[in-house]
Every structure is written in C-alpha cells, then in structure tokens.
Design a protein around this ligand. Sequence first.
Ligand code: AMP
Length: 185
Amino acid sequence: MQDLIFFGIQGSGKGTQAERVAAYFDLNIFEMGAELRSIAQEESDLGKKVSAIMSAGELVSDDVVMDIVERFLGNISADTHVLFDGIPRTMIQAQMLGTLLHTHKRSEVGIYIELPEEVALERLLLRKRADDTEEGIKKRFENYYSATLPVINHYREENRLITINGNQGIDEVTAEILNAVKNYE
Ligand code: AMP
C-alpha cells in the first residue's frame, strides 16, 4: 500500500471521501486545513498570522505548512499508511513533500476527484463555514487553478495519478476510488 494524496477542488467531496477511504484501508488521515485551523485558534503570533491568512482565503506559506507535515511524518511508524488531504497545494510543496516521503522510504499516488467548477460552487454555498463567503470561495478557486492544477498535472505526467469522476453520488465516488486503489500497481 502506498500513501494516498487526495486532490479536488473545494466542494468536490474530497474530505468525505478521504474519511471513507481511510476507514476502509485503515489509513492515518493528515488534513492540512484542519491542522491549520487548530493553529489559527492559538493566541500565539503564528496563530494570529495563520488565522488572518485563512480568513482572506490566501495560502499559508510553504515553510509553515511543510514544518507541520515534517513533524507529523517524524511521529508515525513506517508501517502506518497516510492519506494526505489538502497538501501539496503548490509545486514547491509537491517537491518538498516528495523529498520528505522518499527520505522516509514512502511512496505515494495521487487521487484526483474531478468536478466542474459550477457544481463545486453550488455545493459550497450550501455548507456554512466561516471562510465560505462567495468572495472567499472565489479566492480559493483562483488559488486552486493557479497553484494546485499544475501539481495535479505533475502527478499525472509522472503516471502517479488516478482520476475519479466526482460528479456522481457519494457511494459511487467511494466505490470508484476503492476499486482504483485496489487495482493500482
Ligand atoms: P481547506 O480546509 O483545505 O479548505 O483549507 C482551508 C485554508 O487553509 C485554505 O484556504 C488555506 O488558507 C489554508 N491551507 C490549507 N492547506 C494549505 C496548504 N497546503 N498550503 C497553504 N495553505 C493551506
């Protein structure tokens, strides 16, 4: 089993699918957004800075993000498999994460849940989270297209990407992912 890296625009159902797939294969989920939300609650300088960046829908700096991942990887055993959700989001993070994983003798495959932007927007406006204003969502879509699509293409070019149709029912998406992972060499 390899580590899995989940990709998908906000609203693609990535988080829900991550939980289901992790439960099925007994993977440890590392969710970048949740890690950052927890830091943003702290009264420290870093907490305040992260909180301001997240409210604006901007990306937290690669250094801060990679420090958190590095600490996480240093604390798990070699036979624990990981599902990464929300990282890497930039090419620099992709390169840094790849190096980190290979240093820890791990290998990874990307799972891309593909969904048209207008469907994602509709779904996001139905949930209620502090940063889910229309402006915040638009900003995160922009980040996604400019910073994260190149990362997805990079995994595809390296033949380490499984693309899943996210525009179907939750159970169908889960079934497609489980099948694809089981059949992945
Ligand atoms: P998410 O829960 O994945 O929607 O992430 C919420 C917010 O956390 C994003 O809008 C960013 O501000 C920040 N964030 C999450 N993951 C990353 C990352 N890999 N790099 C930089 N910022 C991130």
